[in-house]
Design a protein around this ligand. Structure first.
Ligand SMILES: [Mg+2]
Length: 275
């Protein structure tokens, strides 16, 4: 059966009693994406493929002292101890349950419900992530997490960054053997740490030789790609660094959210190209 746009609208209305005018980046349109993250074997295979490729290259990355994955790596890095940097959400942890719950509740993203979900520390891991992280750790490689989960006290007298504890709890819960608090770098943990991850990569790169980067967003690899940039300019960057993908840089699929969508101006339907 051929599914056309009218049918998608009808199904959306039937299931969520939400309107459906033109395709936008609102929560109406995350149905298929969320379903894919929760049910598609192809998604799992994609994650395993990325972590397997990384495992295949890790020994060479450790041995070859000229090897670095970070554009922020300064000079004289070859004698620095080795490290990898991973994003958290949709890279190590799968938050599709949060997204699914939003749809079931007819709700939109909200920092409060997102905080509740983080505090549950119950997101499952992406397939392949835990084994890879534990084995790399056992090889003496330092593991860093640079996440845009935001540090924000939940009460006036509360700790300054309960989200860090939640994230560590969740990472341990899925089976990662060790997570050092000082290696988990959250947004606004320092005032100058914005959602642009460049400054946090610089900080890690000043002390470690960065072997590999893992993320679901172009911003997990490159600076200045999250605003004031066109899809074509981003494509050019992906192509410029084509030798890094699958070797030093490992990207995970995230059709639900990300700077890929954030950089599109409204109406987003104007980006659709027919024949
Ligand atoms: Mg992410």
């Amino acid at each position: 059966m051929k599914i056309n746009f009218k049918m998608v609208c009808f199904l959306s209305i039937a299931i969520f009693t939400m309107g459906c005018a033109v395709p936008q980046s609102n929560d109406n349109n995350t149905f298929n994406s969320t379903l894919w993250l929760q049910t598609a074997s192809e998604y799992k295979a994609n994650a395993i493929q990325a972590y397997n490729s990384a495992a295949h290259n890790i020994r060479q990355a450790i041995t070859d002292q000229s090897w670095t994955a970070a554009l922020e790596q300064g000079p004289n890095y070859s004698s620095l101890p080795p490290a990898i940097i991973l994003d958290v959400d949709e890279t190590v942890l799968n938050n599709s349950q949060y997204q699914a719950q939003l749809m079931m509740d007819g709700a939109a993203f909200d920092p409060e419900t997102w905080n509740q979900w983080m505090a549950m520390a119950s997101a499952p891991a992406l397939p392949g992530a835990v084994n890879f992280i534990n084995s790399v750790s056992a090889m003496g490689v330092e593991v860093f997490y640079i996440t845009n989960r935001e540090c924000k006290p939940r009460s006036e007298a509360g700790p300054p960054c309960p989200q860090e504890t939640d994230t560590i709890d969740n990472l341990l819960e899925v089976g990662i053997k060790e997570v050092k608090p000082e290696n988990v770098l959250l947004r606004r943990e320092k005032p100058e740490w914005s959602s642009e991850k460049k400054s946090r990569r610089e900080e890690v790169a000043s002390r470690y030789r960065i072997l590999m980067l893992f993320g679901d967003d172009l911003g997990d690899f490159l600076p200045d790609v999250k605003k004031n940039i066109t899809p074509m300019q981003r494509d050019d960057l992906v192509n410029e660094y084509k030798d890094n993908w699958g070797v030093k840089w490992f990207v995970f699929s995230n059709p639900i959210y990300g700077s890929w969508m954030g950089i599109l101006s409204d109406p987003k339907s104007s980006y659709l190209k027919g024949y």
